[in-house]
Design a protein around this ligand. Structure first.
Ligand code: GDP
Ligand code: GDP
Length: 455
């Protein structure tokens, strides 16, 4: 490193930063209007990140990355709440439940000016049941005179209320310190306990693509599809299913099996549930209805899995209904709409007839393998050296930036750090990623590539 002009400490720092494993998840829950979204904005420190909510507008971004005191974590915002047919208590409970399930710790936001309401008490019961660490945020304490209001919230029995003003930032630093104490270094529920245990699969996709049918098929039994409302009886959420001689954990299947008929807010629930399932899983199987045009919603769900860094399998369902013409157009659509995830293993299935069900497990195994692949540094640098001399970066402004060396800083998903003598263009980065895949596999794995430039 030194002879290439990089400071050894910088190199180690870059590798450590890129090499972090899956991040722990913090959920921010509470009633509408207590200031959850404002607080999430404050935590992630980017005002524009959480879009202003307008009733009826679909919000599908619910997780964000944040950093405090040098530690990184994910934040799940449940501020996209809309009142719906369930009524206020059930709705708040349902959204909180999804978020809490996926979380390693929870910030429970209460409006200190209003005090604890019945709805707040309902959430407290959920939090007790879940047993996750909770940090109580007494919000809207904009000045010292509000501190007394915050103290009343000791009554909730959740420990010390942290007086904050999400709007002005007052007290949020102390609250975040408490959050870091509550939050494990790594997402224990997803990865810690999963070592040696069953691999976790999230079966996701937009409504009616056939998730429930597929789950029934692979589980080998016709399940009763219960017409129940969310937030009533949702257990069990994770289901162990034997497939291909191995036991797999399908996460958040309750959301798939039970038909939740919501009017308003249904899209938001669907997004929240999908995000929660993805967080809990190692591999996402995205089901796509091959009989219909690939939609923006399909793309968003794929993006969610990729951005979360999970292994990915694409399953095109309802294959039994396709005629030759549709098959032709489907291939064109896959190229144009999902070309960016051409690296994901693909299966063409029919949950109705059982077609190619036996191909699902090998595809999942391939994706997990790619997701865990580690390239030794020596091999990587031999490969990079050849690549750079055979296909140098285009000359820019009389200079030719070069990749000097690189290392794989982490797996699950694979993360690479490359060290360069100058700015590396996006096109060249994509070229390197493509060649890395050709050389080393990584089928089914999103690849993270970061480039450090010598000062
Ligand atoms: P959510 O529905 O829980 O996500 O709540 P929002 O973040 O949308 O906030 C609801 C309202 O409370 C908005 O008008 C915010 O500006 C306001 N608000 C949020 N935090 C504070 C705060 O710390 N102090 C005051 N005075 N108002 C706040
Ligand atoms: P979900 O909302 O994603 O859980 O979708 P469902 O499993 O409820 O399926 C939606 C509809 O598609 C139902 O009418 C199913 O019978 C139908 N369906 C599911 N899979 C297939 C399939 O492979 N072929 C055909 N023809 N129909 C299917």
């Amino acid at each position: 490193a030194a002879e290439e002009g990089f400071d050894l400490e910088d190199v180690e720092g870059a590798i450590e930063e890129a090499g972090h494993g899956p991040l722990p998840v913090l959920a921010v829950v509470g009633r509408p209007n207590v200031g959850k979204s404002t607080l999430v904005n404050r935590i992630i420190g980017r005002r524009e990140a959480v879009v202003e909510d307008k009733p009826g507008v679909t919000r599908d971004r619910v997780t964000y990355e944040a950093e405090w005191a040098g530690r990184r974590f994910k934040v799940v915002d449940t501020g996209g709440w809309e009142q719906d047919v369930l009524g206020i208590d059930a709705s708040v409970a349902a959204q909180a439940e999804y978020a809490i399930e996926a979380a390693d710790a929870v910030v429970f936001v209460v409006d200190a000016k209003v005090g604890a309401t019945d709805t707040d008490e309902a959430v407290v019961r959920l939090l007790r049941k879940a047993g996750k660490p909770v940090v109580l945020a007494a919000n809207k304490v904009d000045g010292p005179s509000g501190e007394a209001d915050a103290a009343y919230l000791w009554n909730l029995g959740l420990g010390e209320p942290h007086p904050v003003s999400a709007l002005h930032g007052r007290g949020t630093g102390d609250m975040l310190d408490a959050v870091l104490e509550a939050l494990p270094e790594a997402p224990a529920q997803t990865f810690g306990t999963a070592i040696g245990g069953p691999r976790r699969i999230a079966l996701i996709g937009r409504p009616n693509v056939g998730k429930s049918s597929l789950l029934n098929k692979v589980a080998g039994e016709e399940r009763v599809v219960v017409n129940e409302l969310a937030g009533t009886t949702r257990d069990p959420v994770d289901e162990l299913i034997e497939l291909g001689g191995r036991t797999w954990k399908f996460v958040d299947t309750a959301g798939i099996r039970k038909r939740v008929h919501l009017q308003q807010g249904a899209d938001y629930y669907a997004s929240l549930r999908t995000a929660a399932a993805v967080e809990k899983a190692e591999v996402a199987v995205v089901l796509i209805d091959a009989s219909e045009s690939i939609s923006v919603q399909d793309q968003r769900i794929v993006t969610m899995a990729v951005e979360a860094g999970r292994a990915l399998v694409l399953a095109y369902n309802k294959w039994d209904t396709l005629d030759e013409e549709r098959r032709y157009y489907l291939e064109r659509e896959i190229e144009t709409e999902l070309g960016q995830v051409a690296w994901a293993p693909r299966v063409n299935v029919s949950a109705r007839t059982g077609r190619h069900m036996e191909k699902l497990v090998p595809a999942i195994e391939t994706a997990l393998e790619g997701w865990e692949t580690r390239v030794p540094t020596g091999r990587l640098n031999a490969f990079l050296g050849e690549l750079v001399s055979a296909h140098p970066h285009p000359v820019r402004g009389g200079k030719q930036p070069r990749i000097l060396f690189g290392t794989q800083a982490g797996t699950k998903p694979p993360r690479f750090v490359l060290f360069a003598s100058g700015f590396i263009e996006a096109g060249y980065r994509r070229f390197i990623e493509r060649r890395l895949r050709e050389e080393f596999g990584f089928e089914g794995a999103p690849i993270h590539l970061s480039v450090r430039v010598r000062e």
